[in-house]
Design a binder for this molecule. Sequence first.
Ligand code: HEC
Length: 423
Amino acid sequence: MEAHLLEWLNLAVRWVHMIVGIAWIGASFYFNWLENNLNRANPREGLAGDLWAIHGGGIYHLEKYKLAPPAMPENLHWFKWEAYSTWMSGVALLTVVYYLNPTLYLIAPGSGLTPGVAVVLGLGSLVVGWFFYDLLCESRLGQYPRLLAVTLFVLLVLAAWAFNQVFSGRGAYLHVGAIIGTIMVGNVFRVIMPAQRALLAAIAENRPPDPSLPGKGLLRSRHNNYFTLPVLFIMISNHFPSTYDSSWNWVILACLSVLAILVRHYFNTRHKSHKFAWTLPVAALGLLCLAYVTGPTSQPIPVAQAPIANKAVVVAAAPATVTSLPAATEPPPPTGNVSFEQVNAIIQQRCAVCHSATPTNSMFSVAPAGVMFDTPEQIHLLAPRIAAQAVAAQVMPLGNITRMTPQERDLIGAWINQGAVIH
Ligand code: HEC
């Protein structure tokens, strides 16, 4: 029951997070687009520019003021709750997925972190991340935007590396995303909104606004602009174990972020020129290269030492069993024919506590991701996904809570290489 409630809580919070997140990023993309496409030739008195658009069957005429209209309108729309609610639902989701079950998703197997410490570390990193970022922007470094940007990038990659020492790959990625998300919302809450309020107050009191305010707001919104695409990737990264589960995951994240920033830069500048159009093919090529270098590198597990004439020879070879494997630190990969009985015993012990029509693990009321290992046929059909999750990426069992050994992974890998035969 509890597991079932947790699943629906996850559903509700995730859905809300997605909806408000789309509202926030959508509005932010839209206003960036407006700003970039404003017609600035011969604006009317007091205007910075205007723009015509058609959408949903209506024709719109938008005007941007240099500073403010002669009389402030009664109803001025602000855009802030999109950002605040994205952050709040994000922290709620972080709690539901990671902090309620730190051993499952957050703590790296073998890191020795206790659940309490892991949660404090996770939440603490968001707070520290924001204050450190704010400090850097306000310091003298803030006057050198490019140097600041490079510094921020290096620090975030460093954070990814550091998280990776104690958190699971996906936990590490998500916390980098959460730090960036917190910074983005902090920018709205602590800098951009106050600057806008100060501007309105100055206009109302008929005095010149503080000239430093727009500059500060601009720096922060520029950061937010370039943060957007990397954050969006991080939020879906848990679908891609070949990124977060690699031991070079922090480098992979850095590369993906660079590609995303390049693409963003093109979209930010293309109204002026297509000088940065090269970023699109370069990003596509970069993605291909990353796909290539993150590919499986391990040699196929040898089925037999001698060249095999036919399967019968393999069957005749002494079958390797889990218990007969030497206890050396680096045991040789299994070389004989692996029987389904051996593999089934491992899967029932290490996987079926969760992956069954009737999971015995209290965290799950239904088989996670619909994956069940109750019958030989199910196991046979799922063999490629078992190989991906438990042999190549080794992200299953989740948090390795059932303590699967490397030998067992090798054995399953060999069985799958041999054709995942069940009879
Ligand atoms: C503690 C519970 C648990 C254990 C034990 C566990 N899993 Fe999973 N597994 C999950 C959850 C939860 C998911 C859902 C995906 C996610 O949230 O990452 C999942 C997803 C999967 C998927 C689907 C992923 C995909 O997209 O293809 C496969 C395949 C899988 N597990 C295989 C295994 C194998 C093989 C084992 C044993 C070696 C195993 N799991 C042990 C909890 C578990």
